[in-house]
Write a protein that binds this ligand. Structure first.
Ligand code: ADP
Length: 208
């Protein structure tokens, strides 16, 4: 039996015409005196995504930039609280995050995300929502043994006991990005060094 929502639905989302709003992304960027873009951190759990997202946000804030962080724990508790951890649900989690980054950058903000985002297809889907040069994929290349050693939230321990299942790197794969804008070796490079590298990239690309 159809529910009332599908009975009332007269158009598919694909055929809906979007309203043209008066203030556009460029207007919002110039009001904020900044370029809007997305920095997408990807890497294994404990590779340093949240740490670097936070440190980058601080540096941008100091420079008078308007940024926002989307991180896994916050999103999983709210926006994606209805989703589980099957491959399909994880794809949907990242799809929603990608859509939010589009809304945030459309508002003239610098959007920083911290999600394992293990599958190339889901990162490409997020990239496709952004103009060329405004999606900065940052691959945190940290060997799994180092991540397991750090295990700041005890996630690997729980994964090995199958209390968390499936867990990237233990039960399911992490697909290394093939063409990320930035690769950081977070095992050997300090947080400061990593942040400097990101800032230099952003400056060279005239994004900040
Ligand atoms: P993730 O968000 O990827 O799960 P976290 O940022 O929560 O990872 O944890 C990473 C841990 O690794 C933190 O304890 C952090 O202090 C440490 N760490 C060591 N070197 C780095 C680095 N270069 N970049 C980021 N984190 C690092």
């Amino acid at each position: 039996m159809q529910n009332s929502q599908s009975q009332n639905q007269t158009e598919s989302p694909k055929t809906l015409l979007e309203h043209t709003f008066k203030i556009n992304k460029t207007d919002r960027e110039s009001q904020k005196n900044q370029k809007a873009f997305c920095v997408w951190f990807t890497g294994l759990s404990a590779s340093g995504k949240s740490t670097l997202a936070n440190a980058l946000d601080v540096e941008l804030f100091k420079r008078g930039k308007h940024s926002v962080i989307l991180d896994s724990d916050t999103v999983r508790k709210g926006l994606c609280g209805d989703l589980g951890f099957s491959e399909q649900a994880r794809d949907e989690n990242i799809r929603r995050v990608g859509e939010v980054t589009k809304i945030m950058t459309g508002a003239g903000l610098i959007c920083i995300t911290a999600f394992i985002s293990p599958f190339a297809r889901e990162r490409e889907q997020a990239r496709a929502l952004h103009e060329d040069g405004t999606f900065i994929e940052v691959f945190l290349d940290c060997p799994i043994d180092e991540c397991e050693k750090r295990d700041p939230k005890g996630m690997y321990k729980k994964a090995h006991q199958n209390i968390i299942y499936p867990f990237t790197g233990v039960h399911s794969p992490y697909e290394n990005p093939t063409k990320p804008e930035i690769v950081l070796n977070t095992k050997d490079e300090s947080v400061d060094t990593c942040i400097k590298k990101i800032l230099i990239y952003l400056e060279n690309k005239k994004l900040i």
